[in-house]
Design a protein around this ligand. Structure first.
Ligand code: NDP
Length: 326
């Protein structure tokens, strides 16, 4: 990271630097990264503010989820040729403690799935619905960011877990068609086409029981206005505000929480690791029997990583945005 952005990041906030790769020490491995994830939360880490995760440092590499091949090992636990998932992305080669790498099996699922549907992304969607929003069969569910990585998983999980009706919002007509077509949502709308509250009311005229929030802002206010008695919202992200330079106004209708006895609950996926076995078994089954689909958008080369990251914030992606490294 060359400098901290104010508002939208630009290419000038990033530097591509060539550096000597250190030799791995005892207990470490050298990994050649083949795929890396670019995620909306990384925008928050570019700010120097107190948060749930430490800020990136100016002049130091960014980091994030990556998959790569072990090329040298000084650990008995990993061997050259092993494919591993780890947190030292945004670089072509990484030296890391073997204990910070998890071996993944490309025979079970493509390497990219471990960064997406079977990884942090999928678990976020699953935990948000099951543990945070306490999804019940028959619930009417609204998912924002429905064509993105987490949202496309959340909407399909809701359907597969017995939701009565699943409604999504996304940022283009093509995304809306994908959400109601391939992903099987019952209804969807483009949030650019009119006020979210009006469009949500038209798509779920009898109200919603669960809101999976990836967006915040007017989406959250619209959902609060449409939640039925004892409705629940899982607050996963607020991407509409990530590049704002001043705090956005909160939902103006929060008092509705009282009369309608609503629950709005924020969560972090890292607190839900206990769900992983159940998640892998269920989601693995849905992938095998073809009832769950996932899309990926690939960008090639480390030099393109900043643009891929900006692309996620702009909405260039369908499903999970990933950078392929040569
Ligand atoms: P996505 O794949 O959903 O990509 C982000 C999407 O956000 C874009 O594709 C874009 O789609 C949409 N978007 C951008 N700006 C706006 C806006 N102003 N209003 C509405 N939509 C917008 O990313 P992820 O699936 O990785 O992440 C989704 C959300 O989940 C993020 O908020 C992220 O921070 C959060 N998250 C939270 C975690 C947790 O532990 N709580 C863990 C992982 C992710 P479009 O074209 O539809 O606008």
């Amino acid at each position: 990271m060359a400098s901290r952005p104010r508002g939208w990041p630009t290419a000038e906030n990033f530097d591509l630097v060539t550096a000597e790769v250190p030799a791995p020490a005892d207990g470490q491995v050298l990994v050649r990264n083949t795929l890396m994830s670019v995620d909306p939360y990384m925008r928050g880490r570019m700010n120097d503010v107190e948060s749930y995760v430490a800020p990136f440092q100016v002049g130091a590499p960014l980091e994030g989820g990556a998959v790569g091949e072990v090329v040298e090992s000084r650990s008995p636990d990993l061997s050259p040729g092993d494919l591993v998932l780890h947190g030292s992305g945004w670089r072509e080669y990484a030296v890391l403690d073997a204990g910070h790498a998890v071996r993944v099996d490309p025979a079970v699922a493509p390497a990219s799935a471990y960064l997406g549907i079977l990884g942090m992304t999928g678990l976020t969607a699953y935990a948000g619905l099951v543990a945070v929003a306490a999804l019940q069969p028959g619930d009417v569910v609204f998912v924002s960011g429905a064509a993105g990585a987490v949202g496309s998983a959340a909407g399909q999980f809701a359907r597969l877990l017995g939701a009565g009706r699943v409604v999504g919002s996304a940022g283009s007509a093509a995304k809306v068609a994908h959400v109601t077509g391939e992903l099987g949502f019952d209804a969807a709308f483009d949030y650019h086409d009119g006020p979210v509250a009006e469009q949500l009311r038209a798509a779920a005229p009898d109200g919603i029981d669960v809101y999976f929030d990836n967006v915040g802002g007017d989406h959250l206010e619209a959902a609060v206005g449409q939640l039925r008695v004892h409705g629940r919202a899982a607050l996963c992200g607020a991407i509409s505000a990530y590049n704002e330079t001043s705090a956005p106004p909160g939902p103006r209708n929060l008092a509705r929480m009282i009369g309608w006895r609503l629950t709005l609950r924020g969560f972090l996926v890292r607190d839900h690791a206990d769900l992983r076995p159940e998640f892998v078994s269920r989601v693995g089954g849905w992938l095998r029997d073809g009832s769950l689909v996932y899309r990926e958008t690939f960008v090639d080369g480390l030099a393109q990583a900043p643009d891929a990251f900006l692309g996620v914030l702009r909405g260039d992606n369908l499903g999970k945005m990933l950078v392929r490294l040569p």
